[in-house]
Design a protein around this ligand. Structure first.
Ligand SMILES: NC(=O)c1ccc[n+]([C@@H]2O[C@H](COP(=O)([O-])OP(=O)(O)OC[C@H]3O[C@@H](n4cnc5c(N)ncnc54)[C@H](OP(=O)(O)O)[C@@H]3O)[C@@H](O)[C@H]2O)c1
Length: 338
């Protein structure tokens, strides 16, 4: 690769469904120069998150949409190669809201310096990053798990879902995961310690399968998926159930809005609640969450998988994996050697 070139994916137009190379092409531009108070980060890894699909749309969201004609954002970790700020030296490792690009120019205050403390850099995008912390704060703060409760997790073999289930086990819950395919389901039982699983792709009647695995009802439902899956869960709530609304990945590429959940009435029938949250709200508490997760990791209580795809040029194809289930674990693009 020419080191004077910055390859970038830009949002040429807002995607209609699954983003295409015409809507999100890769272009080449010059490597940026750091101005006063700015740094340039050589991106080493970027995190591909389903949420990026939402940032490409112009619906109201928790952040402003990516402006058309500009680069596609992603959390990234890399090495500082230029610094005009006293806060960073060349060679430091920096984490920030970077982009699908080789080099990111940003104000120094927009990035955080990372001391890897012997952990692989990718863990700051996975288990010790926003992914792990989504599971940690969403389950503990919104789900309020109690010993003996039944926790049902959708997207269970994914980056967030697999950690949610394991934290649920640490907190004494009975944990059931829903995931697509035998391999993912086996991993949840054998490695992650889930009590039971439902392979939703091999299931004709999901509501009946949930009733079978959760005979006393679902006390906490971790909602990653939406669509028909949510409707099937709604028919199986326990009294005072909590639905932790983390994501609706089944709907992100819908060309037309689908009708809302059919069984929402069950929230009333079971005096249940459904509460959305965004991990970004917990930023001030991140140090506490990272310390707890690192501690559980050291004690061998958490397993995690990373799915690393080599090469920035593969970012768009890799992004599609999140929506067809080809990713096994936290999806990360490796852009350059450390
Ligand atoms: N609220 C927040 O702050 C926050 C933060 C991070 C992530 N999230 C949300 O958390 C969820 C998981 O994100 P992640 O980064 O951990 O991704 P992930 O679970 O590692 O990957 C996405 C998985 O979703 C499943 N999936 C995709 N389409 C599906 C469908 N139509 N029906 C059922 N399952 C489907 C696939 O697994 P299978 O093979 O099992 O189908 C796929 O592997 C997403 O909804 C995301 O938006 C929210």
């Amino acid at each position: 690769m020419d080191p004077a070139v910055n390859r970038q994916f830009i949002l040429k137009s807002r995607p209609v469904a699954l983003p295409t190379p015409e809507e999100v092409p890769m272009i080449e531009s010059p490597v940026p120069e750091a101005g006063d108070g700015e740094i340039v980060i050589r991106n080493l890894y970027i995190s591909l998150d389903p949420a990026i699909r939402g940032w490409m749309s112009d619906e109201p969201n928790y952040i402003e949409p990516i402006p058309v004609g500009t680069k596609v954002w992603a959390t990234g970790i890399g090495r500082v190669v230029q610094s005009n700020s006293p806060d960073f030296e060349v060679g430091d490792i920096a984490l920030g809201m970077n982009a699908w690009e080789d080099y990111t120019l940003c104000p120094a205050e927009a990035a955080s310096k990372v001391d890897p403390m012997g952990m692989p850099l990718t863990t700051y995008l996975s288990i010790l990053g926003a992914t792990g912390l989504t599971a940690y704060f969403g389950l503990l703060d919104v789900g309020e798990p109690k010993e003996g409760e039944t926790l049902l997790v959708s997207g269970a073999a994914g980056a967030v879902g697999s950690i949610v289930g394991q934290i649920g086990k640490i907190k004494g819950c009975r944990v059931i995961g829903m995931a697509g395919g035998e391999d993912k389901c086996r991993w949840l039982i054998d490695e992650c310690g889930f009590d039971d699983v439902i392979d939703y792709k091999a299931c004709d009647d999901l509501a009946a399968a949930i009733a079978d695995k959760c005979p006393d009802g679902v006390d906490i439902y971790w909602e990653n998926v939406g669509g028909d899956m949510l409707d099937a869960v709604l028919l199986n709530l326990a009294e005072r159930a909590r639905i932790v609304f983390c994501g609706w990945i089944a709907t992100y590429n819908d060309e037309e809005k689908r009708p809302g959940p059919k069984n929402l009435w069950q929230l009333l029938a079971k005096s249940a609640r459904m509460e959305g949250f965004v991990v970004k709200s917990y930023v001030p508490q991140f140090p506490e969450g990272i310390a707890a997760m690192a501690d559980w990791l050291q004690q061998g209580k958490l397993q995690y998988k990373e799915h690393v795809v080599e090469g920035l040029e593969n970012a768009l194809d890799a992004f599609h994996m999140l929506f067809d289930g080809r990713n096994t674990g936290k999806l990360i693009i490796k852009i350059a050697d450390e």
